[in-house]
Design a protein. Structure first.
Length: 186
């Protein structure tokens, strides 16, 4: 497994020759403020060359679990971050990603910021990319910076580089939750 540094991409096609299906796992540690746990949500924005989603079916999240082209499948919502391993997962068939899509942005947003949660107190947020065929971890990016008062995070992206796919850890924070990210990419 390769540990990624922020903004230092990894060529997935060269790291795992023949790779066609990946699983992206997003995780964070359970924390507690006043008896409540953060309700973090994973989302995928499938963007065209203009940096926008081609249509709403290319925004995959807890209320739209599959992309319009069938290439991206969200496995469901975890509301607490409790337990070991990935809290939410997304399966991607890279060979089925529409030619209208140049990149996939992976976001973690905090649904209950009103309870006092933000990326300054949600700990150990990370994203991992797995070879779906073998189950082995290809790479991981761990958020190492503290982002108080921000409740939306683009944690990583997978993008085309010619005929190959690359993955890059991002750590780009926003305020305004999921809606702030939607406003940027819709």
């Amino acid at each position: 497994m390769i540990t990624l540094e922020k903004k230092k991409p990894l060529n997935l096609s060269k790291s795992a020759p023949g790779l066609s299906k990946i699983r992206v796992g997003l995780s964070w540690d359970e924390s507690n403020i006043g008896g409540a746990s953060p309700d973090c949500d994973a989302s995928v924005f499938m963007l065209g060359s203009n940096g926008k989603i081609p249509d709403e079916s290319y925004f995959v999240f807890f209320n739209n679990l599959q992309s319009g082209d069938g290439s991206v499948q969200h496995t469901g919502d975890n509301r607490t971050g409790a337990g070991d391993g990935d809290d939410e997962s997304i399966n991607i068939d890279l060979g089925r990603v529409s030619s209208n899509v140049d990149q996939l942005l992976f976001a973690i947003t905090i649904h209950n910021m009103s309870d006092g949660f933000h990326f300054g107190n949600v700990t150990n947020a990370s994203v991992r990319v797995y070879n779906a065929g073998t189950g082995s971890t290809i790479c991981e990016y761990r958020l190492s910076e503290n982002y108080p008062n921000f409740d939306a995070m683009i944690i990583g992206r997978c993008y085309r580089n010619g005929a190959e796919w690359e993955f890059e850890g991002m750590g780009q924070a926003y305020a305004g939750g999921l809606q702030a990210a939607v406003d940027l990419y819709a």
